[in-house]
Design a protein around this ligand. Sequence first.
Ligand SMILES: NC(=O)CC[C@H](N)C(=O)O
Length: 215
Amino acid sequence: MTKIVVFDYGFGNVRSMVRALANLGADATLTSDYRQALEADGLVVPGVGAFAACVRGLRQVSGDRVIYDRIRADRPVLGVCVGLQIMFDLGLEHGENAQGLGLIGGTVAPLDAPVVPHMGWDTVQADPGTTLLRGIEDERFYYVHSYAAMNAEPADLSREQIDLDGVDQHVSWCEYGNSHFVAAYERGRIAATQFHPEKSGDAGAQLLRNWIASF
Ligand SMILES: NC(=O)CC[C@H](N)C(=O)O
């Protein structure tokens, strides 16, 4: 049975993620235990809340360290919503500039749209090389966010002794208001979605299946 840890750092609708994974037959555990999070087949980093608070919460339980250690060991990590956002270099939320994990080059900033938050079902413009969205490129997914990354660059992770040189990134996008933002990001074992797969019905379940099948 595939063991997946949903990382519990105090921020995230963790129960629905655990339930969604269990419904797929995975052995899903909610914990911040370093060893369990490191050794699991897959690690999900959920997130609901403000960027800076989430990064602080993650670091307080060494979530940053376990994520770097997993990527260095070629073990899959999936960030969801703020869990995607904090993978970027920088987050500008509620007037607070906070450093993220720097796994993805770019900045998280407010959406430019008449109505915020972007809340509800929306499409993705899937990258042709996507794994996460394979077979569900034309489906809709559930978003609830007021901030997003409008760009994404391959990060230099040598400072974390992580070598992803030559590993291409695959970025899928969504349009909302005047914003063209990162809907999903994939680069080696780094995977992340701005939308909530655990709240996106059958399409979200298939995305999680695609992720698990890539282990
Ligand atoms: N669902 C959320 O917590 C949203 C995350 C982030 N604070 C945003 O507004 O984009």
